[in-house]
Design a protein around this ligand. Structure first.
Ligand code: ADP
Ligand code: ZN
Length: 651
């Protein structure tokens, strides 16, 4: 896709008179015309270029500040619409705007989207061939681009600095600005060079920065290190109301996943795994069962990664199984679910990845599958973190300590019975509502039970069997299940075999997990994880009096109102006229195939749904649909109106 974009840009300049070129030039003139007409009117640009009627929270203030040459920092969650905040000023300024971004895929996606709405933009990063790089630099000198995306490692190169001296730079934007902070989850030492870069510019342009990470320390780092001058700081709400949040602790993650996919077979989404091996296993199993699924991880060839990513984005294989290498900057707006097959290392990563669901504002599911093994893998990764040559020993230790703390808080999220949304919002320093009504905990009825007696049964078994076995064997034995392992370890002869036989396996697992979190038990971290009694657990056995209850909130075996969720929150996934929606979607897919573009770049699901409810059959009506701007109308308006008219006649 990247190459296609670059080629299109290069093509435009190389072969004048070519038909394709004519189209491109016409488009460009069209947009230039619109921009001139819109001059600095941000509302007109919003409508003409992006097809939107109103700004979302925070956007207008950030744009105004930038247009008034006042530095700005925007802290907004994934999907909130940060790009528009710097793109609209970039389109309004006379000179060129430089967007610094750490991720190749992010740049590609944004440049593709800009080119699609007729804006000339380019990117400079290591994915360009030498020839492409030269061409982009040449075009840039000819002032062909309004917006140039650049990776931090290119900033201080002679060629880039010399280009900067030859151009008028109107704005420098630092995207993913948290990368500059050691407190952030994604520290990139290369980002520290941005300050030197800005100092090298002949004239300091307005500087703006954007991130989705809102912790206090990161925010302060960005403000201070980047040296923003009296900036406008906007922190918008972190809440994404359309996302349903849930945590599952299934005995078999695969069965849980298959069950979900079977119930949601019309939807596409991402399944994140923490290792390449897990990605391959999950993808193979789903593929074997006939699901349209592809995969992505850093161990695949560049070609396969590119093909698989496109296949997902273009809706050819709507299910993606991937490691966290996938997704940064992937702007696919119709991701209907993000399932974490393993618990990520921190809430920042979790919310960022989960936030890739439902960018179009329609209902989407974010489900995390937890197991104790996930915690251990993350602990292992923290301990084994590569020494960073730019950090000394003490700094490295500090970073590890912070990582461990973040992991603890992530684990806590998996065990809390409070509103999950409240937990996330509070983590980011926001006061939330305790009952969001759209998370698993809010929709589950809990009962408080005292598990002290159960704890004594389990811990007694662990102690008397020599603290040598893993979690599953202990749970099976205390439940009284006689399987191969239990027999092999001779656990049937243990006096506590079957001590909790009146409990279900699921319940015993919940209790064991609770005892782990509350430090009655622990799992060893070197080698095979063995379940042992912690000091508090041993004390419990010694006291043997049950006056101190161990209370635990557990979901009632019967779940409360799954139907509430089904009827209420998920209605967004049903268009007013589903049959028309299917027709529009099908046509969108065909056009996307033909034009080699992701379907959501043509129109979002949300725009299609709006067409289904407002049934526009005139240009005026069509332009009222959110996401239909002048250029989009010019390209696809008639075709979609034709389908709507046809459908209206038939119905
Ligand atoms: P972020 O960078 O904050 O994750 P994006 O800039 O990718 O988010 O925007 C997410 C989605 O929201 C995009 O599809 C974008 O077109 C859309 N969007 C942005 N601003 C608006 C707006 N004012 N009205 C409607 N949709 C918008
Ligand atoms: Zn809730």
């Amino acid at each position: 896709m990247a190459i296609a974009v670059i080629l299109l840009l290069v093509y435009t300049i190389d072969y004048c008179g070519n038909r394709r070129n004519e189209v491109a030039v016409t488009e460009r003139e069209f947009v230039t015309g619109l921009l001139e007409e819109a001059s600095v009117d941000k509302h007109k640009i919003l409508k003409a270029v992006y097809g939107y009627d109103t700004f979302r929270e925070g956007q207008e203030a950030l744009i105004d500040s930038t247009l008034n040459q006042k530095d700005a920092l925007g802290i907004m969650p994934t999907g909130a619409g940060k790009s528009i905040c710097f793109q609209i000023p970039a389109l309004s300024f006379d000179g060129v705007s430089i967007i610094i971004s750490p991720l190749i895929s992010l740049m590609k996606d944004q440049v593709t989207a800009l080119v699609e709405v007729g804006v000339h933009a380019a990117y400079i990063n290591s994915s360009l061939t030498e020839g492409q790089f030269r061409k982009v630099m040449e075009n840039a000198r000819l002032r062909m681009y309004k917006i140039i995306y650049v990776a931090p490692e290119h900033l201080m190169t002679d060629s880039f600095l010399s280009l900067m001296n030859a151009l008028e730079i109107s704005m420098v934007t630092v995207d993913e600005a948290h990368c500059i902070s050691q407190w952030g989850q994604d520290f990139r030492p290369g980002y520290l060079k941005i300050v030197d870069f800005i100092n090298m510019l002949p004239k300091r342009p307005v500087i703006t920065a954007y991130t989705a990470t809102a912790t206090k320390a990161v925010k302060e780092d960005i403000l201070c290190i980047l040296g923003l001058r009296n900036p406008t700081v906007i922190v918008t709400g972190y809440d994404r109301k359309n996302l349903y949040l849930a945590v599952k602790k299934p005995q078999s993650k695969m069965n849980e996943l298959l069950d979900y996919l079977q119930k949601n077979s019309d939807k596409g989404g991402i399944i994140y795994c923490n290792t390449r091996k897990a990605v391959e296993e999950v993808q193979e199993e789903l593929f074997r069962r006939g699901y349209p699924v592809t995969r992505y991880h850093a161990g695949l060839s560049d070609l396969e990664r590119k093909e698989n990513q496109e296949s997902f984005i273009y809706d050819r294989t709507p299910i993606m199984v991937a490691t966290n290498a996938f997704g940064m900057g992937i702007d696919k707006s119709n991701v209907r679910f993000v399932i974490h097959y393993n618990m990520p290392k921190d809430i920042e990563s979790y919310y960022q990845e989960a936030g890739r669901a439902g960018r179009d504002g329609e209902a989407a599911d974010c489900i995390l599958y937890y197991s104790g093994q996930d915690v251990r893998i993350n602990e292992f990764l923290i301990d084994r973190q590569k020494e960073n040559e730019e950090l000394d020993y003490n700094e490295m230790q500090l970073i590890r300590e912070r990582d461990r703390d973040r992991l603890r808080r992530m684990t806590y999220y998996c065990f809390t019975n409070e509103c999950l949304r409240y937990g996330i919002l509070r983590y980011f320093g926001e006061e939330g509502n305790h009952d969001c009504g759209n998370c698993e905990n809010c929709l589950t009825e809990f009962e408080e039970i005292d598990v002290a007696a159960d704890a004594i049964g389990l811990i007694s078994l662990i102690r008397t069997s020599g603290e040598r076995y893993g979690m599953n064997a202990m749970i099976d034995a205390v439940h009284g299940t006689s399987n191969a392992k239990v027999r092999q370890y001779r656990l049937e002869q243990n006096p506590f075999f079957g001590a909790l036989k009146s409990r279900t396996i699921v319940r015993i697992r919940q209790i064991a997990n609770h005892l782990l979190v509350k430090d009655y038990l622990y799992l060893t971290t070197d080698g095979y994880p063995v379940l042992k009694a912690a000091a508090q657990g041993i004390e419990l056995l010694q006291e043997k009096n049950l006056s101190e209850p161990i209370t635990m909130k557990l979901p009632k075996e019967q779940e409360k109102v799954l139907s509430k969720k089904k009827d209420g929150k998920r209605s967004g996934s049903d268009a007013t006229h589903p049959e028309l929606f299917e027709r529009l979607r099908k046509r969108r897919f065909e056009i996307a195939q033909k034009e080699h573009k992701p379907p959501y770049i043509i129109f979002s699901d949300k725009a299609l749904k709006e067409m289904c409810s407002s049934l526009p059959t005139t240009e005026e009506k069509m332009l009222e649909v959110n996401g239909v701007g002048a250029i989009k109308f010019e390209k696809y308006g008639q075709e979609f109106m034709r389908i709507i008219k046809e459908w209206c006649l038939m119905n």
